[in-house]
Design a binder for this molecule. Structure first.
Ligand SMILES: Cc1ncc(COP(=O)(O)O)c(C=O)c1O
Length: 463
């Protein structure tokens, strides 16, 4: 497709050097021995370009990150200005203006009494920090026995040891056992795979899934449980939205047993669901929100947690110090970029764009349900999963070997070759995930649908 010969030569050299020296994350490196390493060199709006000049619709916002789209000069310039003014200073004992402004702005945007921001550099660090805070908070108020954390099956909460202990994906945990003790699993809200006795009643399914949290707290002993970590819409497994009434019931349970509710919004915050925070969409009040990714739209790394006044109280009115910190947390350049990112949200009413177009996104993707391989299309906002099945009527899924052949052997490469960046994932049942930039409109939904239709139709002939 490329017409630029010089660029092609550079592309080959880059790929060779990548194969020799670069270690890609969560990637079977041997699969690139005999094939091209995709090298993305440039982005503009909803599209990115590879080293051979080919264009791709970024249907995953990089990795659920680039909310405002690529190539925004005003955000880059805000970062450059900040680097010239004050490139770095730590948040250990000192403050700097951009961290102060950003903490205040996030407190205003966050629901209820979430008024205190502790910055990190990533989502894993945010989750790790929230668990550590929960433990130290309970120790400080005289309940040192509370250390366990509940989270849902197949949910992903990060890769550092603590975050991995909260993660519910056995395969990515196994090589690193033993992990810190205290991670307890509860069922997720995958209604497509609900137990038979609840399969036709979404409300009852939601109550059952929430009540399973209560049962787990009672089983473990309430005096040992510190927190429940939940995403507003669970990503891993293919976008499980909460059934109506699920979060209000979870809140009630947490209050009854004195357990903290942590809303892990590393993906769901900053417009992904048409609100600044997912908790606002589903009307619940967390004790902590963890965030990262969309906070800067990826123009620089930043994460953090927004904490309730109640949790902060023992640290403001007493000698207690939260014994935790990260050198680059709340980095001035990242904070300046986050502020410029939020300016774009406001100027262009990106939340309004998601709310105005999310039904159209859903109905465009739902057209794919006429394909025999598409079992379920689910999600909210600009965040969708498409579950693939072998037999629609029975919802039979693929064997491990078929899934390997379908996802790794064909779909991932075919979708990329066809010009769509998305994610074919089989950490639960096989799904394709979409989370495009919040600037997308019908033309982009149509482009996604057309590419998916073409590639999924071909995939069906290979099964
Ligand atoms: C819900 C959730 N929590 C935590 C993380 C970890 O974030 P990071 O990769 O920035 O460490 C992720 C990453 O995708 C996530 O989706």
């Amino acid at each position: 497709m490329s017409t630029d010969h010089t660029r092609d030569l550079n592309a080959e050299a880059l790929e060779t050097r990548a194969r020799r020296h670069l270690w890609l994350h969560f990637t079977r490196m041997s699969s690139y021995q005999g094939s091209d390493v995709p090298v993305i060199v440039r982005g503009e709006g909803q599209y990115v370009y590879d080293s051979r000049g080919r264009r791709y619709l970024d249907g995953l916002s990089g990795l659920f990150v680039t909310q405002v789209g690529h190539g925004r000069a005003e955000i880059a310039e805000a970062g450059a200005r900040q680097a010239a003014e004050l490139a770095y200073f730590p948040l250990w004992s000192y403050a700097h203006p951009r961290a102060i402004e950003l903490a205040e702005r996030l407190s205003i945007l966050a629901p209820g009494d979430l008024n205190r921001v502790f910055f990190t550099t990533s989502g894993s660090e945010a989750v790790e920090s929230a668990w550590k805070l929960a433990k130290q908070y309970f120790t400080t108020i005289g309940q040192p026995g509370r250390y366990k954390v509940l989270s849902r099956e197949i949910a992903y909460h990060g890769t550092s040891m603590g975050a991995l202990a909260i993660t519910g994906l056995p395969d990515i945990k196994a090589p690193f056992e033993p992990l810190p003790p205290g991670g307890v699993r509860v069922p997720n809200t995958n209604f497509y795979r609900a137990p038979d006795f609840l399969a036709h009643d979404l409300d009852s399914f939601g109550q059952w899934a929430a009540n399973e949290i209560e049962r787990a707290i009672l089983r473990e002993g309430p005096e040992s449980v510190a927190a429940v970590f939940l995403e507003p819409v669970q990503n891993s497994g293919g976008c499980f939205p909460p059934p109506p009434g699920y979060f209000p019931r979870v809140r009630e349970i947490c209050d009854r047993y004195g357990v903290l509710l942590v809303s892990d919004e590393v993906i769901c915050a900053f417009g992904r669901l048409g609100h600044y925070f997912g908790a606002q969409r589903y009307g619940y009040q967390p004790d902590v929100i963890t965030f990262a990714k969309g906070a800067t739209s990826g123009y620089a790394p930043l994460g953090g947690m927004i904490v309730s006044d109640r949790l902060m109280e023992p640290f403001t009115n007493g000698p207690a110090t939260f014994l935790h910190g990260v050198t680059f947390a709340g980095h001035p350049v990242s904070a300046a970029i986050a502020l410029a990112n939020l300016d774009v949200f406001e100027k262009e009413d990106l939340l309004g764009n998601v709310r105005a177009n999310e039904d159209a996104f859903r109905s465009t993707l739902e057209k794919l349900t006429d394909l025999p391989i598409v079992g379920d299309v689910r999600g909210d906002g600009y965040f969708y999963g498409i579950e693939m099945v072998k037999e629609k009527a029975t919802r039979e899924t693929f064997s491990d070997e078929e899934s390997e052949r379908l996802l790794r052997g064909f779909l991932s490469h075919a979708l990329f070759r066809a010009g769509l960046i998305c994610r074919a994932d089989d950490r639960g049942d096989p799904v394709i995930q979409l989370a495009p930039p919040l600037t997308c409109t019908q033309e982009h939904f149509d482009e996604m649908e057309q590419i998916l239709r073409e590639v999924l139709t071909e995939a069906w002939t290979l099964i």
